[in-house]
Design a protein around this ligand. Structure first.
Ligand code: B12
Length: 491
């Protein structure tokens, strides 16, 4: 069997980082870790090619070479997935699909021959056995969760790492919390399942040996889901691993209660983490109660964010407007929170209901669903909102325009740099970094609408926080991307 592993194209979004990646001449933010893992589970004797449509086009010769296509996708890749599936069918390939999009919505893809849903660790072998005996069924799914201590090391050699801004490593799956809008507990359960530290060390060694020195994203749903195991097993192993290494800063996703544990933050920084993404969602207690985000309730989240920043971790934040309980004042409250906390990378979206979540089921009962979510921060929603949609859309557009306007955005960088105590990770100097700086001078510092703010922050950083100069340039480049995207997505 000759297999094409295909990853559909992402639209231009907040997370695509498309306009920022151009500065470092990379094509995509992250490689498809799910497909690389599936690649490692397929029979060794099957020749494999990975086609990530975010970095390359699919050639006729690839389609002619292959017998079957294994397609992975998340909801935002829906349109591109449909196109590539029909292309593969036209070329006479057997199409097998898996990953979050299909696990949630497989009924919507009549052209796919076989669905191998949920975690491939459990569903792929039964499919392969049936396939080998010529009696493969259409849908393989399970309600069980696998033991990820048995998950193989991703097959990194299938791709050209030089095309990516960062890479992913997964330590755990699942999250102990129950936010109403989130898919994670449906897909991966409430009890975090962890890999053995040795598995992670092997994955990191593989990447290091392949020459990778860029950022590594621990793609866990909630990295601190099991703090005890983290502190006693993984972090000590990572601290040992980092000794003598250069580059490879780590980042991850965690819940806000990270701020309560100084020891954990200290260990994470020592292990080489320099950023965490946190679902803040809303400063309104009523919104937090509505979506069951109890871990964010009754706390001073601005102060929490600052505590994490002071520990040496940049905080990136997710924010949502469009809760039933949101009043018109929510837009300004969100802006104030974002500006005061110094969360430079602030992702703001309208509440959407992913299929399979408690939110989806509730709204279905209430007759308030409008098809599928776009899964995107594009100013759309699949919910009949309580607030008049025109008011909501205008309020949303106002937040986006405000927080990414050069003045506010660069102010935020300064608020952040004042608070931040950067960890000591031995950086890898590279010609690409220097060139990125040079390109930023041209595009942002000379031709950009933000040029005044750009030079002001560089000069300020040079005098007050000289060690963070390269971070300030990185933020300036991100800001360019966020502005481009926001012009596109605001209705
Ligand atoms: C890392 C990550 C990202 C990264 C990068 C993803 C990338 N390029 O690969 C970033 C930060 C960019 C990202 C962004 C977004 N993400 Co995201 N992300 C994740 C996260 C945390 C981990 C994904 C991962 O790498 N997992 C590790 C691999 C090993 O697991 P896996 O991909 O699931 O693959 C396994 C199975 O699914 C299956 N499988 C996967 N593919 C295939 C294919 C075949 C053929 C087979 C047989 C099996 C199979 O086998 C694998 C092994 O078990 C997941 C949550 C999660 N735990 O999966 C959310 C998740 C995938 N993201 C999600 C969402 C909604 C988003 C955003 C829309 C968020 C937003 N509001 O903007 C954006 C969209 C991206 C964009 N560009 O606009 C949702 C998707 C829901 C859905 N129904 O599609 C998830 C599930 C999180 C959630 N809360 O619901 N994300």
């Amino acid at each position: 069997m000759k297999v094409l592993l295909i990853y559909p194209e992402f639209p231009d979004t907040f997370w695509s980082f498309k306009y920022a990646l151009r500065f470092i001449r990379r094509k995509s933010a992250y490689p498809p870790l799910g497909l690389l893992t599936v690649g490692a589970m397929l029979p060794a004797g099957w020749p494999k090619r990975l086609i990530d449509l975010n970095v390359t086009k699919i050639a006729k010769s690839d389609l002619a070479w292959a017998d079957c296509a294994f397609v992975s996708a998340m909801a935002v890749q829906r349109d591109s997935a449909r196109q590539i599936i029909s292309k593969c069918k036209e070329a006479g390939l057997t199409v097998v699909a898996g990953g979050p999009l299909f696990t949630a919505e497989y009924e919507e893809f009549p052209d796919v021959d076989h669905f191998v849903l949920n975690e491939a660790e459990l569903t792929l072998s039964p499919f392969l056995e049936d396939f080998a005996s010529g009696c493969a069924g259409r849908v393989y799914k399970t309600s069980e969760f696998c033991d990820i201590r048995l998950t193989p090391t991703p097959k990194w050699e299938l791709l050209d790492l030089r095309q990516y801004g960062g890479v992913g490593v997964q330590f755990s799956r699942g999250c102990p919390f129950n936010c109403e809008f989130c898919n994670v507990t449906v897909l991966f359960g409430n009890r975090p399942r962890m890999k053995q530290p040795e598995q992670i060390i092997t994955e990191l060694d593989n990447l290091y040996d392949l020459g990778w020195r860029g950022p590594v994203f621990f793609v866990d749903d909630n990295f601190i889901g099991n703090k005890g195991y983290l502190k006693s097993k993984l972090l000590p192993a990572l601290i040992r691993w980092r000794d003598g290494k250069k580059g490879m800063p780590f980042n991850t996703e965690a819940s806000i209660n990270l701020a309560d544990d100084k020891h954990l933050m200290r260990m994470m920084v020592e292990a080489g983490f320099d950023a965490v993404f946190i679902g803040i969602e809303t400063p309104e207690e009523s919104g937090l109660a509505e979506c069951n985000k109890n871990q964010n309730k009754n706390r001073d989240m601005v102060e929490d964010v600052k505590r994490i920043q002071r520990a040496g971790l940049q905080v990136q934040g997710g924010f949502i407007v469009g809760f039933d309980s949101d009043a018109r004042s929510v837009f300004q409250r969100q802006i104030d929170f974002i500006q005061r906390s110094g969360i430079v990378t602030a992702m703001v979206g309208l509440l959407q209901a992913p299929k399979g979540t408690k939110l989806y089921d509730r709204l279905k009962k209430e007759g308030r669903l409008l098809g599928q979510m776009s899964g995107n921060t594009d100013g759309t929603t699949n919910i009949v909102t309580r607030m008049d949609f025109k008011v909501l859309a205008e309020g949303y557009a106002h937040i986006i325009e405000h927080i990414y306007s050069p003045k506010q955005y660069y102010n935020r960088i300064k608020v952040f740099l004042r608070e931040y105590r950067p960890p000591v990770i031995r950086e890898c100097s590279s010609i690409q970094r220097f060139l990125a700086f040079f390109r930023s001078v041209l595009r942002l510092g000379i031709f950009g609408e933000e040029r005044f703010h750009y030079w002001r922050i560089l000069v300020w950083t040079l005098f007050h926080r000289p060690r963070m100069l390269s971070l300030a340039v990185t933020f300036a480049i991100y800001g360019y991307h966020f502005r481009k995207i926001s012009h596109r997505h605001c209705p």
